[in-house]
Design a protein around this ligand. Structure first.
Ligand SMILES: NC(=O)c1ccc[n+]([C@@H]2O[C@H](COP(=O)([O-])OP(=O)(O)OC[C@H]3O[C@@H](n4cnc5c(N)ncnc54)[C@H](OP(=O)(O)O)[C@@H]3O)[C@@H](O)[C@H]2O)c1
Length: 384
């Protein structure tokens, strides 16, 4: 059987005249390849395909998942589908993006340290280099070298590519801040803080860098099955915050600033921390959503949890579970069982389901772990 897919722009104009005809067993990736064959320009990673929204709708458009079958999006009308096409522009690999954004600070900072750049800013005298300026230069370079190495050998990115425009935007951010901080820390009029403060700052910063690397290894292991997708990070600081990698990143910049004490460094710290906090909150929300943590959501909204300590019922149909880790189902009023396959919850009908072990940078804390295979409600109470 064949199916017809109409490909339209957001204004409703046909992107491919007459649409595309595909087997009804085709995946979204087959459709993307077909669009590329017809247009010769829009290769798959340039395409963003969504389902059309009803006029006036304020909902977010559903983005088609390349691995899914087109039938999953057909909504009953098996042989016809309309998708909305958006050109994401020229793409570059994530590794290229990260490489260039980190290369800038790695090169720019030592230029301020080694070369007589301050002559161009009107300082003609001899420049005395303080030990902390040397340590700071090595610290800085180590940090960005580490990031480049992690980009190539540690991170397992979910997206292969990113729009080319992001390279320019991110480079402006990293390169400008690199130059700004380097200018002040290496300045001929720079006055160092006392030795003890330097040692405490750099020591704390280095430990944080090592811990940040460890966090990245833990994140890497979340994708060891080769499937991509998102899991709830666990272990070490991830038991307390959702994005421990950002926490340690912030701490390591704090260490750098304790040792070097410049306004420029603290400005960079505040901007970076606010960016990472926003990302952490967004990532936390995404995890809550994907793991349909009704227990957590219920508590947050002050509903669904009865005053008598019982948990409310949730219709299992509401769950769109993506992962099989740590689901607990209330069996009766006294015990809960570990549920390995959350999809089987659908078969279980109305049950009380707990998804535990989520916490976030914003301070929302829900630590759970290592419950026994047959935990009781008393065990759970510990995690209330
Ligand atoms: N100074 C600054 O302004 C600043 C700002 C941001 C980041 N950073 C530093 O750069 C590092 C990399 O940052 P990033 O924001 O690009 O990546 P990230 O969020 O730290 O993630 C690193 C890798 O882990 C993956 N990952 C994250 N959460 C996951 C989960 N729940 N399940 C499975 N995989 C997961 C990411 O996948 P995806 O490809 O799907 O994201 C990515 O490949 C940070 O950890 C931080 O040290 C610094």
């Amino acid at each position: 059987m064949k199916m017809k897919v109409s490909v339209v722009s957001r204004s409703g104009r046909e992107v491919i005249k007459g649409g595309v005809e595909l087997n009804d067993s085709a995946n979204v990736s087959d459709l993307q390849e077909a669009i590329y064959r017809k247009t010769k320009k829009y290769y798959p990673s340039r395409q963003r395909l969504t389902l059309p929204l009803r006029p006036g709708s304020k909902e977010k458009a559903v983005v088609l998942n390349a691995k899914k079958s087109l039938q999953d999006y057909c909504d009953g009308s098996g042989d016809n589908l309309t998708v909305v096409f958006k050109d994401l522009g020229t793409q570059v690999s994530y590794k290229t993006l990260f490489f260039f954004e980190y290369l800038g600070p790695l090169i720019i900072y030592p230029i301020f340290y080694h070369l007589p750049v301050y002559r161009f800013f009107g300082y003609k005298g001899e420049r005395v280099i303080h030990p902390v300026q040397t340590y700071a230069m090595y610290y800085w370079c180590f940090h960005y070298f580490k990031r480049i190495m992690e980009t190539f050998f540690v991170h397992r990115f979910s997206h292969a590519t990113s729009p080319l425009s992001n390279v320019f935007r991110n480079c402006v951010y990293y390169w400008t801040f690199g130059a700004y901080v380097a200018y002040y820390v290496n300045h001929p009029l720079y006055t160092p803080v006392n030795d003890l403060q330097v040692k405490i700052g750099l020591g704390f910063g280095l430990i944080s860098q090592v811990l940040n690397f460890y966090c990245h290894l833990l994140l890497r292991n979340l994708r060891s099955d080769g499937k991509g997708g998102y899991q709830i990070p666990r272990g070490f600081l991830f038991n307390i915050v959702t994005c421990a990698n950002y926490t340690t990143e912030i701490y390591q910049w704090l260490g750098f600033n304790i040792a070097t004490q410049t306004v420029a460094g603290y400005v960079f710290l505040v901007v970076a921390a606010s960016i990472m906090t926003n990302w952490a909150l967004a990532k936390h929300r995404r995890l809550v959503k994907s793991f349909c943590c009704s227990y957590l959501m219920g508590k947050r909204e002050g509903q669904n949890t009865h005053g008598d300590g019982q948990y409310s019922r949730h219709s299992s149909e509401k769950f769109e579970c993506q992962s099989a880790i740590e689901w607990y189902v209330l069996q009766d009023s006294k015990s809960i069982i570990r549920q390995q396959d959350p999809n089987s919850l659908v078969l279980l009908g109305k049950l009380k389901v707990f998804k535990l072990r989520l916490s976030c940078l914003s301070g929302y804390k829900l630590n759970t772990t290592d419950l026994a295979d047959q935990p009781t409600l008393a065990d759970l109470a510990v995690y209330e």
